[in-house]
Design a protein around this ligand. Sequence first.
Ligand SMILES: Cc1cc2nc3c(=O)[nH]c(=O)nc-3n(C[C@H](O)[C@H](O)[C@H](O)COP(=O)(O)OP(=O)(O)OC[C@H]3O[C@@H](n4cnc5c(N)ncnc54)[C@H](O)[C@@H]3O)c2cc1C
Length: 414
Amino acid sequence: MTAIGLDVRAEVRTWIGANWDPDRPLLEWRTLLADSGWAAPSWPVECFGRGLSPEADAIVADELSQAGAVGVPVGVGIGLAAPTLLAHGSPELKARLLRRILTGEDMWCQLFSEPGSGSDLAGLTTRADRDGDEWIVSGQKVWNTSAHHAELGLLLARTNWDATKHEGITCFAIPMQQPGVEVRPLRQMNGHASFNEVFFDDARVPAANMIGEPGDGWRVAVTTLMYERRGAALQRPRFTAPDGRTVREAIAEADEYFATYSWYPQRAGRADLVIDAARAIGVAGDPLVRQKIASVVSLQRVNQWTAARAAAARTLGRPPGPEGSLAKLAASNLARAAYDTHASIASAQGMLSGPDSFLDGVVAEVLVSVPAVSIAGGTDEIQRNIIGERVLGLPKEPSVDRDVAFRTIARNTR
Ligand SMILES: Cc1cc2nc3c(=O)[nH]c(=O)nc-3n(C[C@H](O)[C@H](O)[C@H](O)COP(=O)(O)OP(=O)(O)OC[C@H]3O[C@@H](n4cnc5c(N)ncnc54)[C@H](O)[C@@H]3O)c2cc1C
């Protein structure tokens, strides 16, 4: 560990020792943590951080965990909204919104995709029109994870129809709890309802909640997407000392938040279960099954090393780049290989769901959840385009609508 790392460890350990009281209300503890700068030590001092290197974030998280103390809430707020605000938000917006992300007062969702604009995100047609100190928003978003319990949404809306498709978009932090916003859950084929349709009917967003300038939305969105692709799997925090009011409240918060994501391990393919599954069903000696397992385990190891390289780059403070697309594609390949191996091992039993079926129905859930991994956060084909263009330097994908006023582009109208 670096000398800086040792200093940080010692300093935060002393601070936790002096301040952690397991019986404080959760909000009071998180407020103290945010105001001390230890909630996000790598953020700038003027943004509730300490201006330290990203290495400090991991050290502080480790010290909090060792002390049995609660850290910042995980989710779209800290993972996507915060880095987007830090990169593009006005000083006033950062001051107003970042602290509430750290304290858990605001949950966020991402309002990018639309029925006609997923891969072609820049073709979005949800509109925002300026009205004094506010913008009025109308349109529809879809596949918005956790929108049903979000206070704020990271919204992309079209604000200029005469600019090109990429230059007429603006990003906002829109309050979700208002009459003009309707959130409707979507039921997935695995039975969960983690994402939603979101309808805007003259919803209002204060002009001060604009992230970046009008027309900057595409640049802002690229930042969000790079963090999304690089993002580590959404992990429920582990509570090492589950006693006391603070931890009890944090467990309740995590239970509610992570209910939405309970199928995410299955969506990743559950490569960790293939060997146990083969043993349980008695096919661990089958040469074809063994080959498949070896291939899954190899892919898993390679992905772990790729993730470790990405984590090292993060620790060194490097901003995310197109390598996130490589990791995302690798995760899709692993999930599909694990899916295929689980299907070979479990055979017809893999179709049985519920707690009294093979591996408590986990294999059945894997089989209907894995397709999502190749879609969420940009499809495999889109990652290949990004890798082709930005890593391999291949010519850009042909486009007929990139350089003309968005208003003139032929598209389906609602
Ligand atoms: C689990 C999950 C969670 C999600 N959460 C959110 C969220 O919180 N917020 C949010 O805004 N969105 C979310 N999404 C939406 C996601 O970002 C979109 O589904 C994704 O970008 C694909 O868009 P689409 O569904 O419209 O598919 P389309 O863009 O219609 O794609 C259909 C097919 O065409 C292919 N294709 C499209 N364009 C090209 C091209 N140029 N070259 C080659 N092939 C192409 C695609 O690869 C795909 O196979 C989520 C999706 C999933 C599955």
